[in-house]
Design a protein around this ligand. Structure first.
Ligand code: AMP
Length: 302
């Protein structure tokens, strides 16, 4: 079973009250692929520039992430810089430099075209759609993430792409911005008219909420004493969520609920250290232990 992802592979500059890094491997597709690879093989579609080192590539390759769809182009890799507030809840984007992504025209390797599970990670909606259209048969499950940058600049293209996906997975501010509704349940109804039948809203330290025609399901964020860097938490959540669903090959209500927990587990590990540092050393046994901890955290009787 394999899972296809398209999205940014980037260098990030990050600042939080816990420290600062000038240039570290990041990008939505990178976090997603690393998180999802704990569950299933992952095929990655993206572009990097000449500054992308052999070491960065080896890091992904050694984890068993398939890079046949990772193109190298003349120019620089996507660059993003962000700074977090004291409580880590607010973030300002200091720079977004698309670089090689500005002219990227993805061509899917033949073996990627039969993907059954597809994740359109955060990147230009036109690129997301191009990748989805190259998949031969409608995937069992296609999910999409996006952010304010694309909602503001490429709204029409985003709406067109949304027609073709089953799950929209975004944060609360983006849900409100896209739907023009403050209330998340009304926002969900609005979003269902755009195409997706499942909405997953990532709410940072407040956990995550899933809405579909059956109703609402919520998971908390795992309580951490000292989160360091929220970058990539949403993408790691998505990796845990989609990776789990692809591994069990079903998406009934019980499986979706467990996927929400695995998403929360991967998101919580990701924020424990800067950038990808915590995911680099994470073990499958730690994922299982934290998932059990989640069950304890939310268990009650009436
Ligand atoms: P998250 O914290 O889940 O929003 O994801 C952060 C990651 O998204 C960083 O590693 C960035 O490189 C990447 N990113 C930031 N802005 C964009 C954008 N406009 N398009 C695609 N990826 C982005």
């Amino acid at each position: 079973m394999s899972l296809l992802v398209v999205g940014s592979v980037a260098f990030d500059a990050l600042e939080s009250p816990y420290g600062k890094v000038d240039r570290t491997l990041g990008g939505a597709a990178t976090y997603f692929a690393v998180a999802a690879r704990f569950f299933v093989p992952v095929n990655l579609v993206a572009v990097v520039g000449e500054d992308f080192s052999e070491k960065d590539e080896q890091f992904l390759r050694r984890r068993g992430i398939n890079l046949d769809g990772l193109e190298r182009a003349p120019g620089k890799t996507f660059f993003w810089a962000g700074r977090y507030s004291q409580d880590l809840n607010e973030r300002v984007t200091l720079a977004t430099e698309l670089n090689v992504f500005a002219d990227f025209n993805p061509r899917l390797p033949e073996k990627y075209r039969s993907a059954e599970y597809v994740f359109l990670a955060n990147i230009a909606p036109g690129l997301q759609r191009s990748v989805l259209h190259q998949v031969k048969v409608r995937p069992r499950l296609a999910a999409l993430d996006t952010m304010n940058y694309w909602i503001e600049r490429t709204n029409a293209e985003l709406r067109e792409t949304l027609h073709h996906v089953d799950i929209l997975m975004i944060n609360d501010a983006e849900t409100r911005q896209l739907s023009n509704e403050h209330n998340l349940l009304l926002a969900a109804r609005h979003i269902f008219r755009m195409g997706p039948s499942i909405l997953v809203v990532k709410r940072g330290e407040h956990g995550a909420m899933m809405v579909d025609k059956r109703g609402v399901f919520s998971v908390p964020a795992f309580p951490l004493e000292e989160p360091h860097d929220p970058t990539g938490a949403g993408d790691s959540f998505a990796g845990g969520f989609m990776g789990y669903l692809a591994s069990v090959r079903r998406h009934d209500d019980a499986a979706l609920r467990r996927a929400m927990v695995y998403g929360s587990v991967l998101g919580s590990f990701s924020v424990e250290r800067f950038g990808l540092d915590r995911l680099r050393t994470l073990k499958r046994s730690e994922i299982n232990a934290r998932a059990r901890h989640f069950a304890k955290l939310t268990r009650f009787t009436l």
